[in-house]
Ligand binder design. Structure first.
Ligand code: CUA
Length: 329
């Protein structure tokens, strides 16, 4: 009996240790971690974090050390003069020097994080609850997209950030710090990805019912691949599947599919939706099953969204719409 209890205890302790380890490790790496930088700004933010953490840990160790020393080993009272000296040096001079050094270190990073002169501009607008993305390639017409951002590795990109109605916050932890998207204001953020890969961004300011369902993948590509991708993204939709059901059910009133009559701007541009990794702003994998579910139960999957559920569509129409969207590469 006693032995089983011990084993059980050991087992629970081991499970707990694994959970804690997993939590600690998952917080430090992965596609959405500020401590696993894949961009120049994120590297600076991570550096600032580690220097501050080590600085704080040292100060903590010194304070605890002094407290233990005073409580355990300093058994005779000290003179008033010696006490005042400790207050002056340890209570005023030491913290002033340490805090000033950390402040100067932090301020020195600012010019790097705000350096002007980007290679490319991307406008992102925070909507309820998705991301309107517009690429502005040099000397070429703007390219509209949504809910996914692609970037060439090594290029510095200026994000021009706005919002039409409520405040959101644009955050790609792997690439850099976050900044609010405020109605009536334009905020700018320059990021320079340094590693090819897929990362995850998220809205970092409570913006309404589906705030937690507002994410997006960021795909950092080789420059040549990016140029080819942008070329495809700027093209009109070409599909062997008929858009008839999509258009007849009024989807084009809110969504644009370039090259068709669908030219709505309330919802995300769907011209190349099949080439995106996720649907619903980073919340579901882009598969026909998920697309069908999302269209039928939008209000359940994404509460507060402007798109109503289309569960009442005849099965034939719903299937045709899913097939059409699935063909828009
Ligand atoms: Cu958008 Cu929170």
């Amino acid at each position: 009996m006693g032995n089983t209890r011990v084993t059980r205890l050991q087992k629970s302790a081991s499970v707990l240790a694994h959970v804690v380890m997993a939590m600690l490790l998952s917080g430090c790496s992965g596609p959405q971690s500020a401590l696993d930088p894949a961009g120049l700004e994120a590297e600076h933010v991570a550096q600032l974090f580690w220097v501050m953490l080590i600085g704080a840990a040292l100060v903590w160790a010194i304070v605890i050390g002094a407290a233990v020393f005073a409580g355990r080993f300093q058994n005779t009272p000290i003179s008033e003069k010696a006490g005042l000296r400790i207050v002056l040096w340890a209570g005023a001079v030491f913290p002033t020097i340490v805090l000033a050094a950390l402040l100067i270190f932090g301020l020195r990073l600012l010019p790097v994080l705000r350096a002007p002169g980007a290679d490319m501009t991307i406008e992102v607008s925070g909507e309820q609850f998705w991301w309107r993305v517009t690429y502005h390639p040099e000397g070429r017409p703007a390219v509209a997209s949504a809910n996914e951002i692609r970037l060439p590795v090594g290029a510095s990109v200026e994000f021009v950030l706005t919002a039409p109605d409520v405040i959101h916050s644009f955050w790609i932890p792997s690439l850099g710090g976050k900044i609010d998207m405020i109605p009536g204001r334009t905020n700018r953020l320059i990021l320079k990805p340094t590693k090819v890969g897929t990362y995850r961004g998220a809205c970092a300011e409570f913006c309404g019912e589906s705030h937690a369902l507002m994410a997006f993948p960021i795909i950092v590509m080789q420059p040549a691949e990016f140029t080819a991708w942008l070329e495809r993204e700027s093209a009109d939709a070409s599909s062997p599947v008929s858009p008839a059901a999509f258009l007849a059910n009024g989807c084009g009133g809110c969504h644009t599919v370039k090259g068709t009559e669908a030219n709505g701007v309330i919802g995300p541009d769907l011209t190349h939706i099949a080439s995106r990794q996720t649907i619903g702003a980073g919340i579901l994998p882009n598969t026909p099953e998920h697309l069908g579910r999302f269209i039928a139960a939008t209000e359940t999957i994404k509460p507060g969204s402007r798109m109503p559920s289309f569960g009442m569509l005849p099965a034939q129409d719903a299937a045709s719409i899913v097939a059409y969207l699935g063909s828009l590469r």
